[in-house]
Design a protein around this ligand. Sequence first.
Ligand SMILES: O=c1[nH]c(=O)c2[nH]c(=O)[nH]c2[nH]1
Length: 307
Amino acid sequence: MAGRFDLQGRHGKSRVRVSRVWRRPAADGGHLFVEWSVAVSLVSDCLPSYTSHDNSAIVATDSIKNTVYVKAKECTEVVSMEEFAVILGRHFTSLYPQVSEATVTIVERPWERVVVDGKPHSHGFKLGSEKHSTEVTVKKSGGLLINSGIQGYSLLKTTQSGFEGFVRDRYTLLPETRERIVATEVTAWWRYPFEHVSQLPSKPFCFTQRYQDLKKVLADTFFGPPDVGVYSPSVQNTLYLMGREVLTRFPDIASIQLRMPNLHFLPVNLSGKENPGLVKFADDVYMPTDEPHGTIEATLTRANSKL
Ligand SMILES: O=c1[nH]c(=O)c2[nH]c(=O)[nH]c2[nH]1
């Protein structure tokens, strides 16, 4: 309590951009490279800095920023984003008595190794699209929360999608269809099962590999087999099947949250008095638009989960 008011504060540094190279020989697969945007937010007992001129308990946000670079330097062995976030969280909560909790958020810029003449390049990278991110909270007790996610994962298929049987009333114009384009930009968040730093796997569990595997399960479920695909009766149903497949394939994931906007491709029909039937839609010409777009989201949680 600070006088008559209940006061809770946090401070930290956002958008701390750091890159790291791990210089493996070409024979071992070449250089590894990451670019991360790191945010650190501390729960720290420094109330006098809010209510008076006493800054004596503040870990300066400038020092927080410097720490990100010091820890990146110290990671001489390859680390995943999740591991790096835990390293930072443990550092702040163990070094400073006044810091009871640290939340570290990292978003990765998706640099991907290029392939030249069919061979993975030893030190060349290009920027991909979808982004991997993580939010890790470490408590002084060692209590842990690791959520990771994917953003901007754009998926589209040109057929095997429809939408029928929905409410028809005086507000309805949309025709029913069994043939449409379906496109979305998936955002997903999932929770890892480690609840204390002592439970963290050394190896071979690798957060980065898990991200790649999970991404593949999401896409494979969305698309279906390469030759025939799989019919989607709604974005809702496809979203559910994607989430269910993740929970089925990865028993240690307790819960997944999926957001899948429905990015519309509208049939083009152009007609006027002088040019009747100028363009008649035959599942060929569309007007892409994401404004407005449908918003479909759901969270799937394992039925027996503690969450
Ligand atoms: O898959 C869909 N789900 C909806 O809820 C919806 N609403 C809409 O107009 N089109 C669609 N498509």
